[in-house]
Design a protein around this ligand. Structure first.
Ligand code: TRP
Length: 326
């Protein structure tokens, strides 16, 4: 079983990214062959300052390892280190209908916001398909927002296989919606997001303990005083979910434990739990980020492992379409 999922080196990752993706990847790595590209080629579809992109890429690599992805087990690599990604993307672009890409919801949203964007904003999902198909991944765990991209990758694989023979594995998207969906602490009706207008509602994985405590202290709570999940108590519900995910407990257990207690104690406990979860991650992150030789070694090993698989698939695809072998 091979699993692939990519992550963008943009924005400071938050607790929602951790529970929704990174922690799951760390759990899955022992039961499957896992590939996790840091997708810097995708990141530049929206203009990036070079220094910032470089820093975000290295920082995210260190963070993934600090969160438990073991480079000796899972393949963590930088997408631009493996030249097969854009090379396969080109071939796939030649057989992807323009109209399919024009219709992609993310393209429509982003192109409406950006001015003078490059054509790669349109072809972005084809590069994503290449990321997946190069590794012949069986499963691609992603958020609901990636569903159309996954469907496109499946269409592309099927179309290619029908026309040229069986080269690609048709990947299954998996959309783990079980477990926490974290909401913004200041606006608990919208999701915790890297690009939120205000930082106050977002618990970043690298926020120092006092910042975590302050953000949780000022998290909006709802009227009433009961610590229970309910649609008219989105703030408290979110804090219960955060504590449950942090401690690895059921939300019901949290509700029972806090029966009759006030918001103050509860929020302070959530803060301490989150600080306790992040403390070892931040320590490992700090060590690795300071050791650039080790970080580069990890990324070199990752790129080599990825390249070995990707090169074999690309060669088969090139052969299938009729390119003369070099
Ligand atoms: N588009 C994905 C996102 O924005 C990132 C991504 C790039 C990805 N390539 C991928 C996700 C391959 C899964 C598989 O989150």
């Amino acid at each position: 079983m091979r699993i692939l999922s990519g992550i963008q080196p943009t924005g400071d990752k938050h607790l929602g990214n951790y529970f929704g993706a990174i922690r799951r990847w760390a759990e899955q790595q022992h039961g499957a062959d896992c590939f996790h590209p840091i997708v810097d080629l995708h990141a530049i579809t929206i203009p990036k300052e070079p220094g910032e992109l470089r820093e975000s890429t290295l920082s995210l690599a260190a963070l993934l390892v600090a969160c438990g992805l073991d480079p000796a087990v899972a393949t963590v690599f930088v997408q631009s280190h493996v030249p097969e990604h854009p090379r396969l993307a080109w071939v796939l672009e030649c057989m992807t209908p323009y109209g399919d890409l024009r219709r992609m919801p993310q393209y429509r949203e982003k192109s409406a916001k950006e001015h003078g964007f490059g054509v790669a904003l349109l072809t972005y999902p084809v590069l994503q398909a290449a990321d997946i198909l190069l590794y012949r991944a069986d499963a691609v765990p992603v958020g609901e927002d990636q569903r159309q991209h996954l469907e496109l990758a499946r269409d592309i694989a099927q179309r290619f296989n029908n026309r040229f023979g069986d080269v690609f594995t048709v990947p299954a998207g998996t959309y783990p919606e079980i477990g926490a969906k974290l909401m913004d602490l200041q606006d608990p009706t919208s999701r915790m997001s890297t690009s939120a207008d205000s930082d106050a509602g977002v618990l970043r994985l690298l926020d120092p303990p006092d910042v975590i405590r302050r953000k949780l202290r000022s998290a909006v709570t709802d009227s009433g005083r009961e610590i229970v999940r309910s649609p008219d108590k989105p703030g408290v519900t979110n804090l219960i979910e955060i504590l449950a995910a942090t401690l690895g407990e059921a939300p019901e257990a949290i509700e029972t434990r806090y029966e009759g207690q006030g918001y103050g104690t509860f929020k302070a406990d959530v803060a301490e739990a989150v600080v306790g979860l992040l403390e070892p991650i931040q320590r490992r992150y700090g060590d690795l980020r300071a050791d650039s030789d080790e970080l580069h070694r990890i990324l070199t090993v990752g790129a080599e492992k990825a390249h070995a698989v990707a090169a074999a698939t690309l060669a088969r695809a090139h052969e299938a379409v009729g390119f003369v072998a070099p």
